[in-house]
Design a protein around this ligand. Sequence first.
Ligand SMILES: NC(=O)c1ccc[n+]([C@@H]2O[C@H](COP(=O)([O-])OP(=O)(O)OC[C@H]3O[C@@H](n4cnc5c(N)ncnc54)[C@H](OP(=O)(O)O)[C@@H]3O)[C@@H](O)[C@H]2O)c1
Length: 302
Amino acid sequence: MHIAYLGLGNMGAEISARLAVFAKDNGHALTVWNRSQDKYAGLRSKIGATFATDLKEIKGADVVFLMVLNDKASADVLAQVLEVCPTAVVVDQSSVNPKTSIANEKAAAAAGARYLAAPVFGRPDAAEAGKLIQVVSGNKEAQELVKPLFDVSARAVINVGEEVYKATTVKLMGNAMILGMMEMLAEVYALGDATGIEPDVFQQFVEMFFPTPSYQVYGRKIGQGSFSAAGGFRLEGGLKDANNILSVGADLGHPVPLPTIELAKKHMLRAVEMGGQDQDWSSLSAAVREEAKLEPYRKKQE
Ligand SMILES: NC(=O)c1ccc[n+]([C@@H]2O[C@H](COP(=O)([O-])OP(=O)(O)OC[C@H]3O[C@@H](n4cnc5c(N)ncnc54)[C@H](OP(=O)(O)O)[C@@H]3O)[C@@H](O)[C@H]2O)c1
């Protein structure tokens, strides 16, 4: 089987590195591609694959993964893929609006390809450890074909059926929970700083009572005030998700008010205004602290 992996950002670099090992062990070919190829120098030692300089080099691939930032990138890259691989199974792991999943599936079907909506839960460190949660919907046979490839980076697969919009809707629902959790962590850690409770002390409670990766990672980032996006998720992506979360009900015919997400979005926008555009999305905390009349950042950012 010829597999192509397109998009070598924080997530794609980790997933494709695992796929490269799997492909080598199982006699498959893996070609990887990224829009900005200045990244290749740093990735060649990590990902044992053929690095394409032009998307045409994936011609004939049987399975093509996409892992790009947003809806526009997903649709644009898909259109280029369909020109060279019109009968492939396209597995879109990008987190996009369910409307985009529907439009992408139509475009793929018109070319003769099959399209799966396949977003993931878990940060790059979970991808590196093979512990993602993979969500998928779309054509059943295509799902069966790629299931062994999901198992390479995921500890579990949630199958949401054949309608592609459902997997990306589940992803948005999950990200709404993560965003709401970060908003709450930012508020309580601000309260702690205002009342003389050391973040390390409160973090003990967080880790004992909520022993899950999200609370641990974001509790530490927000408590300590360290917002490097290296190996994480930038505010730009967080804002894309917040906008998709806020519109998905209306997009699918039934708007639902989501006041917590409105608030978290406002704080992310303010964090960008404060110069944090390259920071992790948990830096919404700086805006929460500013409103609480605390120093926005507990310490100087790297
Ligand atoms: N990071 C996380 O914790 C996490 C967790 C779960 C899901 N996700 C989702 O996974 C996806 C990727 O996230 P990430 O954290 O890996 O993002 P990232 O590190 O910012 O990487 C974004 C990738 O998208 C590519 N890209 C952006 N615009 C493009 C365009 N117009 N055409 C072609 N390629 C384009 C970038 O290429 P360049 O290098 O050329 O800019 C890069 O490869 C997003 O949909 C995100 O919501 C992220």
